[in-house]
Structure formats: structure tokens, C-alpha cells
Ligand binder design. Structure first.
Ligand code: DON
Length: 567
């Protein structure tokens, strides 16, 4: 790839991830939207409203999931998608919990070295833009599977308001105008022509996507089969062939979402359920919270020196394990029980000291000798029946591979970059991986997504999650702790400044202009290193908290255009 395109890509990735970073936190209300019965919190007001309208029509959280997710694909194509994948964690009103993995997969023709040159070096951009970056999409299979199993309404009713949104159009936000303009030339280069989202689109204008409305009608008529084997599949595969993708009809035909047991663990009086591999969120969140549990962080204080030290050191150790042990459980044996055992996690923290930072060079993955054989844009909804869902879905980078299927009206993901193209070589989020996350045909790439549901005394307490690449897990961690350790409400917990450490690179990313120079100075003295690079987003957390009186409080992250609505 031409080097200017690559440099441009890097700048735009940081830029578009930063988008609404650093809001004036002091101007943000402490309390979020309050509702009596039901709530939807998502990245766009239109999508939240459509989800809520479905709930008002008698639909449940799974109907609202389908509507919200497709509405995001219309009005938030940054991440909302038909061409990507995601994870759902749910808790039904009877207390039963489960999760659905609709993560993308590597194409059948994928090979371990597909992004390396002849010298074995990673070719910049090859796993992030254009056809070769695209994983086999899982979103349509996922939302149809979930809605068919648990939904109450028919698909035509659920998708009608979304079709109307695509037909009539949505108002372009200022953020979107900036994104479209910044990505203007990249959209043109990748697609070989201008697309619907080139820079002519201005804030305040209405953007219609009639082609996508038509694709949604085909889905109403033919179900997810239309996407994987029918008329949409034909158009998509022809598009893939024209654009350098190796995805075939067979790839689409073989795609299946997978119901998986969530990772459930106890933190004090809370039971927390989050996504299992191929998402790393559940295991890492469980590890970090177990490592943090023995420390009295409530007494240390929110975002105090000692609290930051404990969290950073737990994060560092957990990411070292993530990067070595985690991958697609259908392909690699993951020592889950060992990784989550109290004894193991206590040993991991044995070399932690408040006197100095533990350099990442002194931390490797933990030593696990015996493998257990055979073990393997976020939105939150609570419906008036008492069901709750947490869904994180993505195209990976902003607008995915930038490849836009103009005859179908949607972007394709660049999820292949979540694989480890070469052991030790950082991906787009600076994450390094190992053999467990190497590329193989039909394998799912490791994810950081962390859709999470928290129960207190056996009752629903909170549902939350966030985008943010590698920072997802630490953003969810801090938001949960803000509520359960530092007594914040949902909105306040979402607003609070965040920080992130991922083992490598050995640096803390602090949310800009939110931590005092004095505190940073103290951390620096103890040997902590700060990133001087542009800080990508530290998540845009959307969550719902059940208040003591049973009402719901929404937390919509003002770092984006996120909105909570309820009734
Ligand atoms: O699955 C993952 O971990 C990533 N593909 C998530 C990407 C993401 O959150 C992008 N947001 N900035």
C-alpha cells in the first residue's frame, strides 16, 4: 500500500476513535435519564428511540435488540452494522443467563501468514483496509437467532421503523460530518469511487440510505437465509470478488452464531456475567476484579494514587495472560479454570508493591502447566418484562475496512486485524498476540468486547458495555467499580475519568485533562510511564442501573452522541 495512504489511515483511526473525546465533564449532569419500566441506551438517539418504540409495541429486549442494532447500522455506520459481528449477554426475568457469539470468522481461504511479506514482516494496512481485511460477517445471523429464540414480535414489525429511518433518512451530526470529511479520500481510494458517506455530507443535512432500506426489506422477506445463501449473498460475494476479498458463498453458507456459557464470577455480594472467548472481556474482567478484591479501594478513594496503582497492576497482569492464552475456544484449549482460580490470581499479584511500578518486562503470562482439555457501538436494554441485554457489536475500526457495498448499503468489517498476524507484532490497538490467536480458516479472532450484566442478591442490578478496542475491558471494569465500590449512580459512573493499561506497551493512557498534574507526578515517581501519543477513546460506556426503588437509571456516554430513553 502507498505509504501516504497508510499514514493517513493511522491518523484517521486515531482521529475517528478520539471523535468526541474530552467532553466538559463538569457540564454533564450527574444523574442520567430515569424510567419506571424499560430503557434503551445506545450510541444514537434515533436508534434508542426505535428500540423503545418496539418495547412500547409489546416487544421484548430481543425484539428491541434487532431493531436497535439495525437502526445503528442506518444512522451510526461508524460501528452499527450488517457487515460486522458482535456479542450478546442476556439475563431473562426468571434469572437465567446466557450469551450469543456472532463474531466474524476468518474466511476458509485464510492462511496464517496472509498479512506478511516474503521476509515475514507485517504489511501495513493489509489487515485493516480493503477486501482482505474483511472477516465473514455474523451480525445478521446473530440478531435473527436471538430474536427468533426469544423475541415476541414478527420480524416485519420489528424492522419496519428501521426501514422507515433508512428511507426517510437521519440527521448527520457534527461528529459524523468531521468523520466523513476526514475519511473522504480513503473512502474513495478503497472503493474506487465516491460513496454515500464522502465529504459532501454536512451536519444537519438528512442522509437517506434507500439501498439499505431495500436490503432490510429482503431480510424481512427471506430472513437471515437471504443474507447467507440467498439474493443478498449473491450480491455480496460478487462485491467481494470485485474488491479483493477471499470470502466465498461457502463461507457465508457455513457461518453460524454460537450460544455460549457466559463467564460468571462473584465480586463481594455481586454476581457478574460477561462474554466468554472468543471475547476476552469476561475472563479478563473476572481476573482483574479477583486481583483487586483483597485491596480496600473504597478506602483508598476513587481515582486516588493507590486505587490507580492496584487497577493498573491488575490490568497489566491480566492483559499478559490475555495475549498469550486466549483465542477462539473452538480452535484452542483455554485454561479457563486455572486463569480464574483465586490461588493463581493471588500469586499473580504477589510481586505487586505500592512502592514501585512493576515494569511489564518483569511480567509474562502466568505459568500454567496443565491445560484443561475440552474446555474451553455497545447498547443496553431492559424491557418492561424484566429481561435485560448487553450487546456489543462492531466493524472493528471506524467504518470497518472502509469498503462499502453500495448495492446493499452497508460497510464491511476489518475484523481480521484482531487476529495476531505475527506473534509479538502489535495490531491496530497495540495488542500483541500469540499462537492462540493466530489466523486459521473459519477461526474467530479474539475480541476485547465485554458486554456485562451484574446481579445483586440474585436480582438484576446493572447492564453495561462499551466500544473502545483494547480499552473496552478496563472501561467496563472502572464503570462497574464506580458503582459498586464508589457508590456512584449510572451516569456519574459513566462520566468519571478513566485510564487504561494493557501490559504492552508499558504505559498508562489517562483520559486527557482529567487527572491532576500532582497525581500524575506521583505516579511518574513510582515508575509509571504515560503515553504521549494521541489517546484513542477510553470507551463510550452505555449502561442501565436498577435503583433501590426499582426504577432504572440510564448512563449514556457523553464522549459520543449516546442517548438513554425510557418509559
Ligand atoms: O473485538 C474487538 O476487540 C475490537 N474489534 C473492538 C473494536 C472497537 O471497539 C472499536 N472502537 N473503537
Amino acid at each position: 500500500m502507498k505509504s501516504w495512504i497508510f499514514s493517513f489511515l493511522i491518523i484517521t483511526i486515531f482521529w475517528s476513535c478520539k471523535d468526541n473525546q474530552s467532553p466538559q465533564i463538569s457540564n454533564i449532569p450527574h444523574q442520567g435519564v430515569i424510567a419506571e419500566k424499560a430503557m434503551v441506551v445506545s450510541a444514537r438517539e434515533e436508534a434508542s428511540e426505535i428500540g423503545l418504540a418496539i418495547l412500547k409495541q409489546g416487544g421484548n429486549a430481543f425484539d428491541a435488540m434487532m431493531a436497535t442494532e439495525m437502526a445503528l447500522a442506518v444512522c451510526y455506520p461508524f460501528a452499527g452494522n450488517l457487515g460486522g459481528g458482535g456479542f450478546l449477554v442476556y439475563r431473562l426475568v426468571d434469572g437465567s443467563k446466557g450469551s450469543l457469539d456472532y463474531r466474524e470468522k476468518a474466511p476458509l481461504a485464510a492462511t496464517k501468514d496472509m498479512y506478511l511479506d516474503q521476509q515475514g514482516n507485517v504489511i501495513p494496512g493489509k489487515s485493516t483496509i480493503g477486501g482482505l481485511a474483511v472477516g465473514v460477517p455474523g451480525t445478521i445471523a446473530g440478531i435473527f437467532e436471538a430474536q427468533e429464540k426469544y423475541g415476541l414480535l414478527d420480524v416485519a414489525t420489528v424492522l419496519e421503523p428501521v426501514i422507515q429511518l433508512a428511507e426517510k433518512g437521519f440527521q448527520i451530526s457534527e461528529t459524523q460530518e468531521r468523520e466523513f470529511s476526514a475519511l473522504d479520500s480513503l473512502f474513495t481510494v478503497v472503493n474506487g469511487k465516491t460513496i454515500l458517506f464522502n465529504k459532501s455530507a454536512k451536519a444537519g443535512e438528512i442522509l437517506q440510505n434507500k439501498v439499505l432500506a431495500n436490503t432490510l426489506r429482503l431480510l424481512v422477506a427471506g430472513g437471515s437465509n437471504a443474507f447467507y445463501e440467498g439474493v443478498i449473498a449473491d450480491s455480496l460475494v460478487a462485491f467481494f470478488q470485485r474488491n479483493g476479498s477471499i470470502i466465498t458463498h461457502e463461507d457465508l453458507k457455513q457461518y453460524q452464531p454460537v450460544w455460549r456459557e457466559p463467564i460468571t464470577f462473584q465480586y463481594k455480594e455481586y454476581s457478574i456475567s460477561s462474554m466468554a472467548p472468543p471475547a476476552s472481556g469476561g475472563i479478563c474482567l473476572a481476573q482483574m476484579m479477583s486481583m483487586i478484591k483483597p485491596f480496600k479501594i473504597k478506602d483508598y478513594g476513587h481515582n486516588s494514587l493507590k486505587t490507580i496503582q492496584v487497577l493498573v497492576e491488575a490490568e497489566r497482569r491480566s492483559y499478559a495472560d490475555r495475549n498469550y492464552y486466549l483465542g477462539d475456544p473452538d480452535f484452542v484449549d483455554i485454561p479457563t479454570q486455572h486463569l480464574l482460580s483465586d490461588l493463581y490470581l493471588m500469586q499473580r499479584m504477589e510481586n505487586f508493591s505500592f512502592e514501585r511500578a512493576t515494569p511489564s518486562t518483569e511480567i509474562q503470562q502466568g505459568n500454567i502447566a496443565i491445560y484443561e482439555i475440552d474446555e474451553t457501538t455497545h447498547y443496553s436494554i431492559v424491557d418492561s418484562f424484566g429481561n435485560a441485554i448487553a450487546v456489543t457489536t462492531t466493524l472493528n475500526g471506524a467504518y470497518g475496512s472502509k469498503l462499502f457495498a453500495d448495492e446493499l448499503g452497508f460497510f464491511l468489517n476489518n475484523e481480521m486485524d484482531d487476529f495476531s498476524s505475527k506473534p509479538g507484532e502489535p495490531n491496530m490497538f497495540g495488542l500483541v498476540g500469540a499462537e492462540a490467536n493466530s489466523i486459521a480458516p473459519a477461526k474467530r479472532m479474539l475480541s476485547s468486547m465485554t458486554p456485562t450484566i451484574v446481579e445483586k442478591d440474585g436480582e438484576l442490578f446493572m447492564t453495561l458495555g462499551t466500544p473502545g478496542g483494547s480499552t473496552i475491558i478496563t472501561s467496563v471494569l472502572q464503570t462497574v467499580l464506580n458503582v459498586i465500590e464508589f457508590d456512584m449512580g449510572m451516569q456519574q459512573a459513566v462520566n468519571a475519568p478513566r485510564f487504561h493499561h494493557q501490559w504492552l506497551p508499558d504505559e498508562i493512557r489517562m483520559e486527557p485533562q482529567t487527572f491532576s498534574p500532582e497525581l500524575l507526578g506521583k505516579l511518574e515517581k513510582l515508575g509509571y510511564i504515560f503515553s504521549d501519543k494521541p489517546t484513542p477513546i477510553l470507551g463510550k460506556v452505555d449502561g442501565i442501573l436498577v435503583l433501590d426503588d426499582g426504577r432504572l437509571e440510564g448512563g449514556a456516554d457523553r464522549r459520543g452522541d449516546d442517548t438513554a430513553v425510557g418509559f
